[in-house]
Structure formats: C-alpha cells, structure tokens
Design a protein around this ligand. Structure first.
Ligand code: SF4
Length: 468
C-alpha cells in the first residue's frame, strides 16, 4: 500500500494570517480557502511516491490534541505543515510534539516571508529545532521531491544554509526570469475539495487555488509579498491549462489564481488565455492584478477564458501618495479600468489602504469616497501597517513614525504613529469605511439581487454572521 504524507494547515489559537490565506476577523475579506503552498506541494509529495492527505485543522476547528486523535493518522510517513508569521516558535513546539506522537516522523514546514527576510531568526530556528527536517522557503523551486524520494526521512546534520541543494533547507536564489516554462508536478486538487471553502467573491463552489506565476518585479513600498519569490517565474503554459482541465473534471467550479500580478508577462498571458478559452471549461476564475496590466485587450481575453472577478490594489485616492509608495498609477486610469470591467461584466475588488502616516481625517474620507466612486463589487479596507523587511519600514524608522511595540500582520490595527490621527480615530474610520460600503441599504439590496445560487446565498449569510 502507498505510504501517506500529511499536508497540514495546523490548529491555531485564533484566526490568523498565514502565507497564502490571509484571514482576519471583522474583515469583509474573511473567507477560508485552501492554502496554495500546500496545494503545490501535494504534487511534489505524490511525485515522491507518497499519497498526500490533507487536514485543515482550522476549518475543522481542531485543537492539537483533537488533531492527534484524528483517525487515519496512524501510518502517516511524514508531515508538511504551514506555520504562521507571528507564532512560529510556539507552533514548532506543538508540531514537534505532534510528530513525536506519530512516531517521530519527519516534518517539513513552509517558511513565512518573515523568515526569508530575517536570516538571523531563520538560523536560530534551525539551530533550536534539530528535529525539523526542513524549511521550504520557495514552493516553486525546491528539492522536496528528491528528499522524500531518496528516503531522506531522517535528520541530516548539520543544517547548512549556504549549500542549498544538498541539504534539507531550501533557499531561493535571486534572478529575474520571465517566460520560463517552469515544470512542476501537477497538484492533487481532489484532496482539497471541501464545500466549506469559498472566496469573498465566490458565486459557486467548490473552489480551489492555482498558481501560474511566482514573484512580482514591482517595488511598492509597503509590500512584502514581492519578496516571497525573488525572481519572476512562469509555469509551463500547457501544464497549467492541463491542471485547470483536471480541476474542472473534478467538479470544482471556481479557481482563485494566487499569482501576485496575473497576466504581467503579456505574451505568456495571451498564449495561456487563448489556450484556456479554447477548452471551454465550466469553471470560472478570479485573480489579482495591477491596473496598468488590465488593458482593454487583456480584460477581453480574460473574460473569454472564464474570468469572473479581478482584485486591484487601488490603495489611496491621492496620486501623490501612490507615487510616494511607488505605485504610479493615474486616477483616470483606475476609473477607466473599473468601467471596462463593468462593461465586460467582470466583478471587481478594490484593495484600499486607510490612514498613511500623514493622512488627515479628510484624506481618509476622501479615499473612502474614491473607492465608492469606482463602484467595485467588493472593497478590502486595510489599515496601513508597517511590515518588517519592507522599504516602508526603513522610511518609518528614518522618519520616526514607527510604533515599535506592535506589529500586526493582519492589517486590522496600525503600528504607525500618525501625524494627524489618534489610534481611536483610525479604528473608527476603518469601521466607518466598512459600514459605508457594505451596510448601506442599496449595497445590501444589490448583493441580494446578484445572488444566483444557494452557494452564494449561504456564503453571504456566513460572511455576514462571521461564522466562516
Ligand atoms: S504590484 Fe502588488 S505584489 Fe507587486 S510589489 Fe506592488 S503590491 Fe506587491
């Protein structure tokens, strides 16, 4: 019988932010979907000769002891687990105990972007956790398959960060490489099929996630995601089309492309979208991209290939603020793109950043008004937060507006000393923003009139009640 390997989204004391699945209570974006890193790694595990099994302990609301008691875990040959940014040490301690009860099976964890940036902390973790088999820092290029296939289900000493390929620690290299037909084993989407998963924008289920490209070459000052993959890499177009055909065959009805900037490389995107459209699949998809990528031609192709929704980083109403954070996009262009999407019947989500360090109350309200004027279907209002390892952190330190004591990876509260706003004002403005967009009679009516399926109605009720 084929030996199994556990892919684990582990228990957590509270809702949290983990790589690939940002969740925060009291946020309209609060929706659970399967983690893309585990989805990608399921292919590596299967290629190594193991049967991947998957548990989302958060979705099942399992504690560590309930997880340990879970039937079917006997005989698991090893574990690949996520860890969360703020609680790595605690989660590693719990994982160590868990792997011990399974018979001291090997354990790999998917490293967070914070570890990628903080090499000292990474080295300390490796040194303090010799039981750990490896930290996967890059889920596009890694040697997990070889390690598992070669039977390296044992601790290899010593960990060596410098020599990447010969040890268990997988560190990405740094290059910009466009258009490569990067080969990866096909993920095992079937094990991630769960009707409880949805995206905030979902209209139908079941849903899953796919990733076509890795990395983002832009340098938005506040962004940390662009550091996850330090080169821009595209998967083989035919492989991804084939993956989507399989996803469709498995009965999934929606896909969320987890690319940071979908369709950035125009020629690759056109080839992919044309081939995908020709397959005439039932499934629809959602992606995130930049305003400056979303030309009318590209949007039309995307629509033909099944795109039903796009998330855009709009950030702020003032062009001068966007210039300062290195997001140089004109207001007129933003309006045009949202209008084009409406014309093509593509749903839109606007990501908005509330309360930069020098914003006044009026600036924040102006940004809220700007977001409403775009008439997006959804808005994600995030309080501006300085993330460690970003250019924004350097400037915040230099200019003295970083509140050192707090850091919230979930963007619900701010770690900025605002020049013109108190923390209470910022929180009130965030609530005001959410209320003014989501809880007006016209928006509630519009959302109800848009409902086309029982799945969507149930999703809206669960999002509204916060029971997801
Ligand atoms: S375009 Fe998006 S992913 Fe890229 S740097 Fe800017 S915010 Fe980050």
């Amino acid at each position: 019988m084929m030996r199994s390997y556990l892919l684990l989204d582990p228990p957590s004391a509270s809702d949290f932010c983990r790589r690939g699945s940002l969740r925060e209570k009291d946020d309209a974006q609060n929706a659970p979907f399967p983690n893309i890193d585990l989805i990608l790694l399921s292919g590596a595990v299967r290629e190594a000769g193991f049967r991947p099994v998957y548990i989302d302990a958060q979705l099942d609301r399992l504690t560590w002891s309930q997880l340990t008691d879970r039937a079917g875990l006997e005989g698991v040959s090893g574990v690949v687990s996520l860890v969360s940014s703020g609680r790595i040490e605690d989660e590693l301690a719990a994982l160590k105990k868990f792997c011990h009860t399974l018979g001291d099976v090997p354990c790999y964890v998917v490293g967070t972007v914070i570890l990628l940036r903080d090499k000292m902390r990474l080295q300390r973790l490796v040194k303090d956790n010799p039981w750990l088999s490896g930290i996967i820092l890059n889920t596009a290029e890694h040697n997990l398959t070889e390690l598992l296939r070669d039977g390296v289900d044992r601790i290899v000493e010593p960990f060596n960060i410098a020599t990447q390929r010969s040890t268990q620690l997988m560190v990405p290299d740094v290059k910009v490489r466009y258009g490569d037909a990067h080969k990866m084993p096909q993920p095992d989407h079937a094990i991630f099929k769960d009707r409880r998963y949805c995206f905030p924008q979902s209209k139908r289920g079941p849903v899953t996630c796919v990733q076509f490209s890795f990395g983002c070459p832009f340098t938005c000052e506040f962004c940390i995601d662009n550091q996850l993959y330090q080169k821009m890499l595209y998967r083989d177009v035919d492989d991804v089309v084939e993956e989507l055909v399989e996803v469709d065959r498995l009965g999934f009805r929606e896909v969320y492309f987890k690319d940071l900037t979908f369709a950035l490389h125009k020629a690759t995107a056109i080839e992919f979208l044309t081939k995908l459209a020709a397959k005439r699949l039932k499934l629809k998809w959602l992606c995130t991209t930049r305003i400056d990528v979303a030309t009318r031609e590209m949007l039309t192709l995307m629509k033909k290939a099944g795109c039903y929704g796009i998330e855009f980083g709009v950030e702020h109403s003032k062009e001068s603020t966007r210039r300062r954070i290195d997001k140089r996009i004109k207001n007129d262009r933003i309006h045009e793109v949202f209008k084009d999407c409406r014309r093509l019947r593509i749903n839109t989500t606007a990501f908005i950043m509330l309360a930069f360090e020098d914003d006044t109350e009026e600036d924040v309200r102006d940004t809220i008004r700007f977001a409403r004027a775009l008439r997006p279907n959804y808005v994600s209002f995030n309080v501006v937060n300085v993330l460690p390892g970003t250019a924004y952190e350097d400037r915040a330190r230099r200019e003295g507006f970083l509140r050192e004591s707090s850091s919230d990876y979930g963007f619900a509260a701010s770690n900025i000393k605002h020049r013109f706003l108190t923390p209470e004002q910022v929180e009130n403005l965030r609530r005001e923003a959410l209320r003014s967009f989501y809880f007006t009679p016209s928006m509630i009516l519009a959302k109800l009139l848009e409902v086309r399926s029982f799945f969507e109605l149930r999703k809206l009720i669960r999002l509204g009640l916060g029971t997801i």
